[in-house]
Design a protein around this ligand. Structure first.
Ligand code: PMP
Length: 287
């Protein structure tokens, strides 16, 4: 059976799931999206993802044509139609078709697209041995230009940094903000462990408010690990005892090297491993 894709309330076979080439989502990256994950038939933190989607849309002055409850229902229903239990879910809302000019007022039909598919994971051995990352020369979008809190269809900033990472033989790149402070990676938030405490850049460093980041902060708090959301520079990463990234697709993944410097012992640390275990339990238990 071919996968069904939801577009504007209807289900299409994957091969027939198409939108107009005049859609401003394609022409200008004008739209917003979410990456969501389901475990054993339950969507993890769906309400939070839906809220973030609607906030991104509000921020770019895009009115999503359906209500939040209907969006949440459509996500669950699309997954069910495809008989998926462990899935990666991509929700996309485009500005819609219009003229070949920027003006969003000339667009008429915002498209709501829901793709539910198998989840593709980092190789298991990376979770055992950890990732190597580099710092990208491409800085993270300035919050006054395109705020990284908006999960927009315009991901070129992150893609440029990703190209730098892959050219350097790495899978992820650390991105700094316009002040040279640590922001986040191309598709993940970053944490370090120093002297038993967890440190991560604050939202005003110019980052996406990651839903996995939130969950890990809650888990750390419950485990009694001190937390500091504070401005960080690369020195903090180079000299950390442990480092890891968080994201819907990556979950919690250890980082063992940055710009050629081994972090801590150069192997995944105990707090990272413990939080990874707690996160796995959470996604399976949470209702
Ligand atoms: N930062 C960026 C730039 C992202 O695109 C993502 C999502 N892939 C994240 C962080 C992690 O966010 P979440 O935990 O909500 O997936």
């Amino acid at each position: 059976m071919s996968l069904k894709v939801y577009i504007g309330g209807k289900l299409y076979d994957k091969a027939d799931a198409k939108i107009s080439v005049y859609d401003h989502g394609l022409l200008y990256g004008d739209g917003v999206f979410e990456g969501i994950r389901a475990y054993s038939g339950r969507v993890f933190r769906l309400a939070q993802h839906v809220d973030r989607l609607y906030e991104s849309a509000q921020s770019i002055h895009l009115k999503i044509p359906i209500a939040r409850e209907e969006m949440a229902r459509a996500v669950v229903d699309t997954m069910a139609v495809n008989k998926l239990t462990d899935a990666y879910i991509r929700v996309v809302v485009t500005r819609g078709g219009g003229s070949l000019g920027l003006d969003p007022r000339k667009t008429t039909d915002p498209q709501v697209i829901i793709i539910t598919d198998a989840i593709s994971l980092y190789p298991a051995e990376l979770y055992e041995h950890g990732l190597k990352i580099i710092t990208a020369g491409t800085m993270r979008n300035h919050p006054s230009a395109l705020n990284p809190r908006i999960k927009s269809l315009n991901y070129l900033n992150n893609i440029m940094a990703k190209v730098e990472a892959t050219n350097a033989g790495c899978l992820e790149a650390l991105m700094l903000n316009h002040k040279g402070e640590v922001a986040e990676c191309t598709g993940d938030n970053i944490f370090v462990v120093r002297k038993g405490a967890l440190h991560t850049p604050p939202i005003d460093a110019g980052i996406l408010e990651g839903i996995t980041r939130d969950a890990v902060l809650e888990l750390a708090r419950a485990a009694g690990v001190p937390i500091f959301e504070r401005t960080m520079d690369r020195h903090d990463v180079y000299t950390a005892d442990e480092c890891f990234l968080t994201g819907t697709a990556a979950e919690v993944i250890p980082v063992v090297e940055c710009d050629g410097r081994a972090i801590g012992t150069g192997t995944p640390g105990p707090i990272t491993t413990d939080l990874r275990r707690r996160f796995h339990a959470l996604v399976r238990e949470e209702r």
